[in-house]
Design a protein around this ligand. Structure first.
Ligand SMILES: C=C(O[C@@H]1C=C(C(=O)O)C=C[C@H]1O)C(=O)O
Length: 361
């Protein structure tokens, strides 16, 4: 390519940038108008509308035919544009399991973009609490991992909360072994969240068999400790390595290549139907013959697909269980409504944890 061509192309890029900038500004002004329209409808409107954001992202993907950019790239760009436009309406606060550098924080930015205020919490319980008391409008918590299954701390918090799930986030998780030293043989202790230890169990048994493993509240907390104590390492992500100035001794130490964590967004609002939704339920299972069979029958009868079922001790009586179930559809869809009515005749407790747009996979 000649010098002249390069200059011409750069001039064209400048022209395109001018248009993009004008359009983004126009979009932000429209978002301001949306805010006025929302105030005209109600005195305390919700500025974050997951159903609308999901619709916009689905449109972005359906328009993305024969483009040089992958869906994930365009989704990321539009998520940031929406984030900036949302912030013109209101700077929303989102709680997550901190400190800075956790996978939860990465999930928050993936879903809400960067034009938000983050509220780091010390434990998953604290994330629920921050949203319940109003220190944050939304919270993001891990709910299940593709290698390790349900995140019990989160599931147990759903029993007593009035918060609703209003969105879900999928995040591929790649763990690293981080330390101040570059000499792996000098490590005598490893800090990590218990979920991360479980996701790297085979690698640790093979590569660091006699090293003490200490579970801490979060991966970023593990990284923080490893940056203060000689002879220690942490399991965390690359973001934590940057924040805490640690060396990556080994990367991709998770036992399964497709290791993914699913997070949910907690809030106080009910999310309207998008036509491609998921519903999460909490059910008690009476200890009698055939109760699980009849419970599942309520979904089969109404042709509802179940995407997840998880059982946890009820914590009321020994050997008494509760179930966490995810089904396809929205609570306002007729088949889901009917299934819930049927369930109410079978089980003592049917708690609706939320209906929300399904994440694009
Ligand atoms: C503009 C709105 O407010 C927020 C911002 C959105 C956007 O930038 O497109 C979409 C949904 C809301 O989270 C809206 O409700 O339409």
């Amino acid at each position: 390519m000649s010098k002249l061509d390069l200059a011409v192309i750069r001039t064209q890029i400048d022209e395109v940038d001018t248009q993009i900038q004008a359009l983004i500004t126009q979009r932000a002004n429209l978002a301001k108008d949306v805010a006025k329209a929302k105030y005209a409808e109600e005195s305390q409107p919700n500025f974050y509308r997951p159903e609308r954001e999901a619709e916009i992202l689905r449109q972005v993907i359906s328009r993305n035919q024969n483009s040089v950019l992958p869906n994930e790239t365009l989704t990321f760009i539009f998520q940031e544009i929406m984030s900036a436009c949302r912030a013109v309406q209101k700077n929303i606060m989102v709680a997550f399991l901190g400190p800075a550098g956790t996978y939860s924080q990465t999930a928050v930015f993936k879903h809400f973009g960067h034009a938000i205020q983050t509220v780091p919490a010390q434990t998953i319980e604290d994330v629920f609490r921050e949203v319940e008391v109003g220190n944050a409008e939304y919270g993001v918590v891990p709910i299940e991992n593709s290698t390790e299954g349900g995140v019990n701390q989160t599931l147990d918090c759903f029993v007593n909360t009035s918060l609703k799930i209003c969105g879900e986030i999928d995040l591929p998780i790649h763990h690293c072994l981080l330390a101040m030293t570059q000499d792996r043989s000098s490590i005598t202790r490893i800090y990590a969240h218990q979920q991360s230890f479980a996701q790297c169990r085979a690698w640790l048994n093979a590569n660091m068999p006699n090293v003490e493993r200490i579970a801490v509240n979060s991966n970023a907390e593990a990284a923080r400790r490893a940056s203060n104590e000689a002879g220690t390492a942490a399991i965390a992500g690359e973001t934590a390595a940057e924040i805490y100035h640690l060396h990556v001794l080994s990367a991709h130490i998770e036992d399964h290549v497709h290791n993914t964590t699913r997070f949910v967004v907690l809030g106080k609002q009910n999310t309207p139907v998008t036509g491609n939704d998921k519903t999460s339920l909490y059910l008690s299972l009476p200890n009698k013959m055939g109760s699980l069979y009849h419970l599942l029958g309520c979904f089969v009868k109404n042709t509802i697909n179940m995407s997840k079922i998880e059982s946890r001790p009820s914590r009321q009586t020994a050997w008494d269980y509760v179930l966490f179930v995810d089904i396809e559809g929205h609570i306002q869809d007729e088949p889901v409504k009917n299934a819930i009515q049927d369930l109410q005749t079978q089980t003592a407790i049917v708690k609706h944890l939320g209906s929300y747009p399904r994440v694009l996979r």
